[in-house]
Design a protein around this ligand. Structure first.
Ligand code: NAD
Ligand code: MG
Length: 361
């Protein structure tokens, strides 16, 4: 088990990365200061419930007073309804300010349970126990949120966990599409922040098959290092944290246009990154060999062409609703080179023509 430290302007907390850590969970919680008898509310989804919840309960019930709240699997659970149901459960189980919420699952569980923890009695402690590769991103940094019908992650808070306990054994059951989805964020972290890691990926991960055991762990560690470095500099996204949005301006528009759940977040981000590289080439007049990137992404099974039913005009409208947008202009995270990131305002006309070109390439 390795231990990393996540440091933000407001808080420092440990991240444990290893394999087969369930048994030692009570001990880790005790070290974090949660005395035996503390009330724990585990929030998890139906998939994780079936696969792993009983194991976790056996381990935790030795020392703690444990309750569970199960949400449906999938993005739709990041809703007001499920947020409300979670708060109701916390009240019915009589959680108090000393209680602890355990977010046991992927980014959906982490974001929802984290937001419940951020607001229950004006904020109680929570820890992240991630079960997806994507959660190397979502479990670190303290952004928690639910969706509003008018926009994703629009209702939320910054609330850092007490710890992240990342047991990669859980990832063994991850379906291929979810592994690929999480891997898109790994690639993003390499591209925006770590040239050596980018080269390692090119040399070591030739297909999704390669992402297991030590290599999986390395991907998680390196991805977290980039994320943690950015969060340290800019916890509340007033500056450099926006770099984490590389690929996301178009990705969010695609997800919203296709309907949430129709594509994975990572597949949308992969396409968004290809578009950002395409735009970077045009804006800076440099060549990253976008074609090279396209082939590389294809080797992992990422979609590299915009789905036919997507209309560039509609995409542009959605991109204008992005949280980075200022005075109505789209701001995109671009690359001048690997690890060399720039945020640029792109006017509508240029963006629309680039979208058309990209969709017809
Ligand atoms: P998810 O939590 O929905 O998990 C994906 C699917 O895999 C679900 O169906 C889930 O039930 C299943 N699953 C989870 N773990 C499994 C396992 N070990 N074995 C088998 N199946 C498993 O989605 P995600 O991709 O982990 O996260 C996506 C969410 O994260 C989005 O809502 C996104 O907005 C959010 N996110 C948040 C941040 C942040 O900083 N807070 C960053 C990135 C993404
Ligand atoms: Mg993302």
């Amino acid at each position: 088990m390795e231990r990393m430290t996540i440091q933000t302007a407001t808080k420092q907390y440990p991240l444990f990365l290893g394999e087969g850590m369930i048994e030692s969970l009570p001990q880790l919680l005790a070290e974090l200061g949660f005395s035996s008898g503390t009330k724990l509310l585990i929030v998890t989804d139906e998939t994780i419930e079936k696969l792993y919840l009983s194991e976790l309960l056996v381990s935790l019930r030795r020392s703690y007073d444990v309750y569970t709240h199960i949400i449906p699997s999938g993005e739709a659970a990041k809703s007001f309804e499920h947020y409300y149901a979670c708060q109701t459960a916390a009240l019915e189980y009589r959680l108090d300010r000393h209680s602890l919420i355990i977010a046991f699952g992927g980014g959906v569980v982490g974001d929802l349970a984290g937001f419940v923890a951020a607001t229950f009695m004006r904020g109680i402690s929570y820890i992240q126990v991630p079960t997806t590769l994507l959660a190397h991103d979502s479990a670190v940094g303290g952004k928690v949120a639910i969706n509003h019908p008018l926009g994703k992650n629009m209702i939320g808070a910054f609330h850092q966990p007490e710890a992240v306990i990342y047991d990669i054994q859980f990832l063994q059951s991850l379906p291929e599409r979810e592994l690929r989805s999480g891997f898109a964020e790994v690639v993003k972290h390499a591209l925006i922040g770590d040239r050596a890691f980018y080269e390692w990926l090119r040399n070591n991960i030739h297909s999704l098959e390669d992402i297991k055991r030590e290599k999986l762990r390395y991907c998680i560690r390196k991805g977290i290092e980039v994320k943690a470095r950015i969060v340290l500099e800019d916890e509340k996204e007033t500056g450099v944290r926006a770099h984490l949005n590389f690929g996301h301006t178009l990705a969010h528009a695609i997800e919203s246009e296709l309907g949430y759940g129709a594509t994975t977040h990572g597949d949308a981000v992969a396409l968004g990154m290809l578009f950002a590289v395409f735009v970077s080439e045009r804006v800076y007049g440099l060549s990253f060999a976008g074609e090279h990137f396209t082939k590389w992404f294809q080797s992992y099974g990422f979609p590299v062409l915009l789905p036919k039913q997507l209309d560039p005009k509609q995409l542009l409208q959605k991109m204008k609703g992005d949280k980075k947008a200022r005075t109505g202009n789209v701001r995109m995270v671009l690359l001048k080179g690997i690890g060399n990131v720039q945020v640029e305002t792109i006017d509508d006309e240029q963006l629309l023509s680039l979208l058309y070109e990209f969709s017809q390439r």
